[in-house]
Ligand binder design. Structure first.
Ligand SMILES: [Zn+2]
Length: 245
């Protein structure tokens, strides 16, 4: 009887601890970079290394990725980001809005980036980013079936893993040419009381898509602020302990 009771209690404890998320520390920030822009490899990654910050680079072969290797990364550069310790996430083959895609096409576009990663010795992505911030229930289902744990959508508020679906996580900041340091600080300040600030960038600079450009000098002031605040700056994959298993 005693043995049975202790085995039962032990099992209960194990089951309970497996289902419990770790508490989210204040000042937890996730950096994300979309669209495979060349400046991610040439400017952003070396600067992040200097600061000791993690980040996720969301890779697509959309736009002029195949032909314009001045403005878009090569797969060798993408592999270099992985080898430097950054996360490679999936932003789909064609960068098409998922809500308008037939299910087979969406599945193929997601799978294509996974295959490219495998071919280049990069781990299978577990983080996803919705092209153009367009989401769909079918996409969430597909991502869950394929083992994704986190997917970033649009929005303008912090991610609350206690309440939000991690496959529809909102961004707290979306860097645009006219974004200000004050706006950046306000977004980062939301990383408290269980909430996480997920921050979105495109190219730094982004020559081909000037409407999502971030000025390199301004970007440095953003990173300096994160350091000053003592933020823990991580990749999306590092959120795992804070998400419901
Ligand atoms: Zn994109």
């Amino acid at each position: 009887m005693k043995t049975w009771l202790s085995v039962t209690l032990l099992t209960l404890c194990v089951v309970t601890s497996a289902a419990v998320r770790e508490p989210v520390p204040d000042r937890l920030v996730v950096l994300t970079f979309d669209d495979s822009v060349a400046s991610h490899a040439t400017f952003v990654a070396p600067l992040l290394k200097k600061y000791g910050f993690g980040a996720t680079f969301f890779i697509t072969e959309g736009f002029e990725f195949a032909t314009d290797k001045e403005h878009y990364m090569t797969w060798a550069q993408i592999k270099g980001l992985h080898e430097a310790g950054f996360e490679i996430g999936n932003h789909t083959r064609r960068h098409a809005g998922v809500a308008k895609q037939p299910p087979e096409q969406l599945a193929a576009d997601v799978e294509y980036i996974e295959q490219q990663c495998a071919q280049h010795g990069i781990p299978r992505p577990t983080s996803f980013c919705y092209p153009g911030y367009q989401t769909s229930e079918a996409a969430v289902k597909l991502l869950r079936e394929r083992g994704y744990r986190f997917a970033r959508a649009g929005g303008a508020r912090a991610f609350d893993p206690a309440k939000d679906e991690p496959l529809l996580a909102p961004q707290a900041f979306d860097s645009k040419p006219d974004s200000t340091l004050e706006q950046f600080k306000a977004a980062v300040a939301q990383a408290r009381d269980g909430k996480i600030a997920v921050l979105t960038f495109h190219g730094v600079p982004d020559i081909k898509h000037p409407w999502v450009n971030t000025d390199p000098a301004k970007f440095e002031t953003y990173l300096a602020h994160l350091k000053e605040q003592g933020c823990r700056v991580i990749a999306a994959r590092d959120l795992k302990p804070y998400l419901v298993p």
